[in-house]
Design a protein around this ligand. Structure first.
Ligand code: FAD
Ligand code: UDP
Length: 382
């Protein structure tokens, strides 16, 4: 059979490799001039530092299958994401942990004392938090919320935290010990040669034809089936409206020596216009000392307009309604499947993206064996 896979990020690459391993002919296209989608990394011409071109990417997972899969295609070096945060001109560590609590309140509390102290600050009248703000107030109380979350979240999402779902905050732990690892997952790392090398290795297969710099809209060939990992609203020429995304602007800072001495510093105050600064050599601690110069990026978030790169799906009530209309349209469209973060309009970490793509491969095999129709969606995007 002849398949087209649109998008050479993790979703598209995994699918293309699997279909070619099964003996099918695959055309993989991407409108960008590189593979790896938003996970793309490249060596900076000026400093030699490995840049995460579309923002910092740390691989973290609890999923054995995803972890085993990526390691087939390259070496992952141990990396622990330790984020610093500036609030009201003072520096702290995130996620909120015992050091954050003790420094912020000027105390020397033990774990048990800190737990009781934060419980006394938390708003216990909120039993079922309905939004981001209520979630924060019920977990950590108003002082920590205002210092670390209120301003940052308004900048990141362009909305008041009362308008955002509680689930966004649930991504972050609160700890009553000195563990400042940003993630709770057992596996965490960054590929030694960058993510693009991993995806290039996934794509090392003779029966994949890779065409870069090619938009799906410009193709004239026909295929037995298309796997589309681009934005679902774009596939239908935005005919039911646009799904809202936040986009990011990066402002480059070049310095001799070090800029900030850490990979990521968040700027939590609302009156600082950017959300965070990333200094990319620190994402590769095994080689960071060899660079004389350094490069960092200020990150600004804004509503994505036409032509901007879609980064974070907003997914509020209006967007969800529009998404449902596109899902209905997609289900009536034969021989196309939608997957990945843009195809299903969901915020997906890399590990979830990989797991979903591998599950899709299993399902496709089964359907082809039964000579049945390949599903339009492999997960429910609502
Ligand atoms: P993408 O990587 O977006 O790939 C889709 C590809 O399709 C793109 O290359 C695009 O050019 C192409 N395309 C789209 N439409 C068309 C078309 N019509 N024609 C041709 N080509 C098209 N995850 C983590 O696990 N850890 C992190 O630390 C992390 N940090 C992140 C930081 C930021 C700022 C962002 C935005 C995301 C982060 N992620 C992180 C999530 C990660 O980027 C995604 O999980 C991953 O990129 C999803 O892969 P994908 O293949 O579904 O989509
Ligand atoms: N957040 C915040 N202050 C911070 C870090 C995060 O308010 O210093 C909020 C913000 O709303 C963000 C959410 O917590 O969108 C989830 O944080 P995470 O670090 O997971 O964001 P991402 O990696 O998606 O940028």
């Amino acid at each position: 059979m002849r398949f087209c896979v649109v998008g050479a990020g993790f979703s598209g690459a995994i699918l293309a490799r699997h279909l070619s391993d099964k003996g099918h002919s695959v055309l993989l296209i991407d409108e960008r001039t590189h593979v790896a989608g938003n996970c793309h990394t490249e060596r900076d011409d000026k400093t030699g530092v490995m840049l995460h071109s579309y923002g910092p990417h740390i691989f973290h997972t609890a999923d054995d299958r995803a972890w085993a899969y990526v390691q087939r295609f390259g070496t992952f070096r141990p990396y622990v994401n330790r984020v610093k945060a500036i609030s009201q001109k003072k520096l702290y560590t995130l996620p909120v942990n015992l050091l954050t609590i003790n420094q912020f309140f000027g105390k020397t509390l033990s774990p048990a004392e800190a737990r009781a102290f934060i419980a006394s600050k938390a708003d216990s009248s909120i039993t079922h938090p309905k939004n981001f703000e209520e979630q924060a107030l019920s977990m950590i109380g108003s002082e920590l919320y205002e210092a670390f979350f209120y301003g940052y979240t308004k900048k990141q999402w362009g909305l008041d935290p009362t308008e955002l779902p509680a689930s966004i905050l649930k991504r972050l732990p609160v700890r009553f010990n000195y563990d400042d690892n940003y993630f709770n997952h057992p596996y965490q790392g960054i590929p030694e040669d960058g993510y693009t090398a991993i995806v290039e290795n996934i794509l090392r297969s003779d029966s994949i034809e890779l065409r870069l710099g090619v938009k799906f809209e410009s193709l004239t060939e026909t295929f037995d089936h298309v796997f589309y990992t681009g934005p679902i609203d774009r596939f239908f020429q935005f005919r039911l409206g646009r799904l809202g995304y936040r986009t990011l602007d990066f402002e480059r800072i070049d310095v001799d020596g070090d800029y900030q001495g850490a990979a990521v510093i968040n700027y939590c105050d609302g009156d600082t216009p950017f959300t965070r600064i990333s200094e990319h050599k620190y994402f590769a601690p095994w080689e960071s000392s060899q660079f004389k110069a350094s490069v960092a990026f200020r990150e600004y978030s804004r509503l994505a307009g036409e032509g901007d790169i879609p980064y974070y799906p907003i997914r509020l009530v209006n967007e969800k309604k529009t998404l449902e209309s596109y899902i209905a349209l997609a289900r009536e469209t034969p021989n196309v499947s939608f997957l990945g973060r843009l195809g299903t309009y969901r915020y997906l970490d890399m590990d979830v993206t990989i797991t979903e793509a591998l599950n899709a491969c299993d399902e496709i095999d089964q359907k082809l064996k039964e000579e049945a129709v390949i599903p339009t969606f492999f997960v429910d995007p609502t």
